[in-house]
Design a binder for this molecule. Sequence first.
Ligand SMILES: [Zn+2]
Length: 292
Amino acid sequence: MRFFRQNIRLPKTAVLLVLAAVIAGIGCGSRSSYVSSPVAVRVPTPDTRVAAPPDSACPPVPIGPPEVVEKSVASLGGPKTVIHEVGPLETIWRISRMYDVRPQAIYTANGIGSKDVLRIGQKLVIPHARKLRYVINLYHNSQWHYIILHHTATDMGNAKTINLAHGARGFWNGLGYHFLIDNGTLGKGDGQIEMSPRWIRQQEGAHCKADGMNDKSIGIALVGNFNNESPTPNQMQSLMFLLRILCNYYHIPSPCIMGHREVPGAATECPGSRFPLAEIRRSLSQTFSSRK
Ligand SMILES: [Zn+2]
């Protein structure tokens, strides 16, 4: 099974329908009468931060250079040409790491230079792609004490379309999550991890206002509606990989990984009744306790 789909062409009507759905607000922020059960969490620290600034005031530079974690997820079975659609704030350097191709080869194949600015949605030819890798940046930042898990409540999506939808809903700085795990639709791989500009800039989230979580939690969303179906095996594999890295790096214990609906004060079904929250926490607690 190929992990990434190449240059998938979807009927325009299908793309427009999903865009209309997410823009209409069928996202994880939708409200219901769901009442969450209490979960043991850290005592919240006093929140003294001011309201998020407008986009133009947001610093584009992250907190120090990141450490970069890479992991091969699939072999392409020999060098081949693939088409990559540029996501929000992706760089040639990152794309070159993802496919194990030199940046210069990508510049040459696309007739662009290192000073050219990439456009979101731009289609790039990636020549002689050999591998597909996760490329995850980790920044020194004491801000992150929780991880909140979401679903997009849509059948399709990627960072580009959800960035557009969240911007249309008035979320400052677009895509409200820090990471998005794709489900193999709209040209992205099943289980592909996309880093949000919000993570690259180390900005607070726009994914869970309840209990001040936007300021102190990392927001991860999986594409799908998990009231109707379960996450794909590839999505779960990617999520567990990402959670292990983040929990280890930021010293986040498994009880502090919460579904959106479990946050006190959050009135939502997100991330859906079929999302395996308890199993995820149990698996992570076993991982870390076995290291002691
Ligand atoms: Zn949510």
